[in-house]
Ligand binder design. Structure first.
Ligand code: KIV
Length: 285
C-alpha cells in the first residue's frame, strides 16, 4: 500500500500558476461525494458557490441563500477534499451591513473548512471589507462582470464590459480589488477581448466563466457540465455528460421493477437459516 503525500493547493499556488502561464481549473460543488470526485480528478479549486440556491435549493436566483445554508454546504464539501483549494461564496447581504458582521460571517465559513471566501463587486465599502478580511488572515477572491447577487439592479443575465469604456471601468475595479488584497478574480460574462485585456493587466489570476479563452483559469457550475441542472443553461456552458437522463432512466427502471415485483430479486435479500425458518413456519399466533 502506498501512502501518497498530498500537497494541498494554496492561494500562493494561484499566483505561481499565473506567473508560469499555466491554466487554473475550478468547479463548483455543494456535497461531499461530488467534491471528493472533483478533488480526485485533480481540479485545482472547488467553489462552494451560492449557485447552490438554484442547483440544489430550487430558488430562481442566489438572493435567498443564507450564511447558514453556505455553512452546511461548505462543511459537506470540505469533508470530501484533500487537495483542492475550497472557496466559499459569501451570500447576499452577508458582507454589506458592517465590518463586524462581514468578518464574523467570513470567519464561520473558514471554520467550516473553506480556505478562502468570494465576494461580489468592488464598491468602496466592499474594498474596505476585503482589506479588513485579508489583514485578518482570510483569503479573498473577487467577482466582477455579471455579479448574480445584483440581478435585481442589473435587470437580467446581461454580458458586462461590452464597450471600451466599460472594459476600462472593469479593469479599474479589478485593480482596486487586487490592491486591497484579493488573490484571484472571477470574471463572469465578459467579452473575450475585455477579459483578455483585464487578465493581461493584473498581477492576480482571473478565473473566467463566460469570459472567453484568455483568462488565467476557468470555472463552471458542476451541475451544468454534467447535465444535471436543466432550468437555465447559459451559452457559455459546455455539457460533458447527461446525468439528468442517466438519473431519470435509473429512477424509471426502479419504479417499474418495484411495481411489477422484479425488485428486490434474490441477490438483494437477507434470508433466515433453514432451522429458524422452520420454527417460524410452525408457529401460529
Ligand atoms: O455561485 C457560483 O457558482 C459562482 C460561479 C458562477 C462563479 O459564483
Amino acid at each position: 500500500m502506498t501512502n501518497e503525500i498530498i500537497k494541498p493547493i494554496t492561494a500562493r499556488y494561484f499566483q505561481n500558476q499565473k506567473q508560469a502561464k499555466e491554466k487554473l481549473t475550478m468547479l463548483t460543488a455543494y456535497d461531499y461525494s461530488t467534491a471528493k470526485y472533483i478533488d480526485e480528478c485533480g481540479i485545482d479549486s472547488i467553489l462552494v458557490g451560492d449557485s447552490v440556491g438554484m442547483t440544489v435549493l430550487g430558488y430562481d436566483s442566489t438572493i435567498n441563500v443564507t450564511i447558514e445554508d453556505m455553512l452546511t454546504f461548505t462543511k459537506a464539501v470540505s469533508r470530501g477534499v484533500k487537495r483542492a483549494l475550497v472557496i466559499a461564496d459569501m451570500p447576499f447581504l452577508s458582507y454589506h451591513v458592517s465590518k463586524e458582521q462581514t468578518i464574523l460571517n467570513a470567519g464561520k465559513l473558514i471554520q467550516a473548512g473553506a480556505k478562502a471566501v468570494k465576494l461580489e463587486g468592488a464598491s468602496d465599502f466592499i474594498l474596505d471589507e476585503i482589506k479588513h478580511l485579508t489583514e485578518s488572515g482570510i483569503n479573498v477572491v473577487g467577482h466582477l462582470g455579471f455579479t448574480p447577487q445584483y440581478i435585481n439592479t442589473i435587470g437580467g443575465y446581461f454580458v458586462q464590459g461590452k464597450s471600451y469604456e466599460n472594459t476600462l471601468k472593469l479593469l479599474e475595479a479589478a485593480k482596486k480589488l487586487e490592491a486591497n488584497g484579493a488573490f484571484a478574480l472571477v470574471l463572469e460574462m465578459v467579452p473575450e477581448e475585455s477579459a483578455k485585456y483585464i487578465s493581461e493587466n493584473l498581477n492576480i489570476p482571473t478565473i473566467g466563466i463566460g469570459a472567453g479563452r484568455y483568462c488565467d483559469g476557468q470555472v463552471l457550475v458542476i451541475d451544468d457540465i454534467i447535465g444535471k441542472y436543466s432550468s437555465h443553461v447559459p451559452k457559455f456552458v459546455k455539457q460533458y455528460a447527461n446525468v439528468k437522463e442517466t438519473m431519470k432512466d435509473a429512477i424509471s427502471k426502479y419504479n417499474k421493477e418495484v411495481k411489477n415485483g422484479f425488485f428486490p430479486s434474490p441477490e438483494y435479500i437477507f434470508t433466515l437459516q433453514e432451522e429458524e425458518r422452520a420454527k417460524l413456519e410452525n408457529t401460529v399466533v
